[in-house]
Design a protein around this ligand. Structure first.
Ligand code: CUA
Length: 324
């Protein structure tokens, strides 16, 4: 910003001085004076085009790198889920704690929120953290921040979402790490998100087809998260949150190469909170040493379904796997 201001001030002052000096120097001295025709200097044109171009490219490169840095959460960030609905914020910690209109977090740790909505567009806004992000049905949006001061801060919904939009508010509690741990341990034991997702996985009989050893009618989900997946239509995509969510709710949108579109939709059978629990469960399914990779029954060997070089059996566990 200082660089931006310095450049702006420099050129503004320069231009105004030039205007004043030239206005005096070339003022009309007689009523019938006719100015001499002058022609453009090529050198001058090139210089005053190339220099500003270079300066704006510096601003662009610098700004873009800051933007990318700012939009990528640090690897050690704590991941939590937020589901917005008319008119409340439902929050779930990876350890399984659930809150409504409250978010308890430890001070000094980067926090990533993965957010979606059950109905209309909301917007998660913590004015004190200078952070705001739309929460949109049908997709995941993300914000991250590092709370630096213990205290209690407002949460607002910043997108008009119906009658009680103005009451869709809450509080962030930033706590000392020990206090946070106490708070985490204080709730009733309810199992981590991944455990709840695992229970849903069983209840919905997903394991009948998604067998962990890859022998089922559908692909094994072991080590799936963040891996490249070859699709039946030839595309290769990364198995991120959005893809996994879509594959639960609209299984035929992206069918894995070598598999039939057999899976029924779970739209309506499972709410957004269930989907994020399943997500955490699938993320937690990193292959144990010795487990064959989930690619075993991809029929064409040339397919780059698993980016790991041949011979390396188990993909590395995802960094974000919940610590238990
Ligand atoms: Cu939710 Cu406004």
């Amino acid at each position: 910003m200082l660089f931006f201001c310095a450049v702006t001030v420099f050129f503004t002052v320069g231009i105004f001085i030039a205007v004043a000096v030239l206005a005096v120097k070339y003022r009309r001295r007689a009523d019938d004076e006719i100015p001499v025709a002058t022609h453009t200097g090529m050198l001058l044109e090139v210089v005053w085009t190339v220099i500003p171009f270079g300066i704006t490219m510096i601003m662009f490169g610098w700004g873009a790198s800051l933007y990318f840095k700012e939009s990528r959460p640090p690897d050690n960030a704590m991941k939590m889920y937020v589901v917005g609905k008319q008119w409340m914020w439902k929050i779930e910690h990876p350890e399984g704690q659930r809150e409504i209109n409250e978010l308890h977090i430890p001070v000094g740790r980067p926090i990533v929120l993965t957010m979606t909505s059950e109905d209309v567009i909301h917007s998660f806004f913590i004015p004190d953290f200078r952070t705001k992000q739309d929460v949109v049905p049908g997709r995941y949006s993300m914000i991250w921040f590092t709370p630096t001061k213990v205290g209690k801060y407002h949460i607002f919904c910043a997108e008009y979402c119906g009658t009680r939009h103005s009451q869709m508010t809450g509080w962030v509690y930033v706590m000392d790490p020990e206090k946070y741990q106490e708070w985490l341990n204080g709730g009733a034991p309810m199992g981590s998100m991944a455990e709840k997702g695992g229970k849903l996985f069983d209840d919905l009989a997903c394991a009948n087809c998604h067998k962990p050893d890859g022998s089922g009618r559908c692909p094994s989900l072991v080590g799936l998260y963040k891996r490249k997946v070859q699709l039946a239509d030839g595309r290769v995509i990364t198995a991120d949150e959005a893809y996994i969510r879509e594959s639960i709710l609209q299984p035929n949108a992206k069918v894995v190469a070598g598999f039939q579109p057999l899976m029924p939709t779970f739209q309506g059978l499972i709410n957004e909170e269930g989907v994020v629990q399943l997500l955490e469960y699938i993320k937690s399914l990193s292959a144990a040493p010795g487990t064959p990779p989930a690619t075993v029954n991809v029929p064409t060997p040339s397919i780059n379904y698993n980016p790991a070089p041949e011979g390396t059996a188990a993909p590395a566990p995802p960094k974000s796997a919940p610590k238990r």
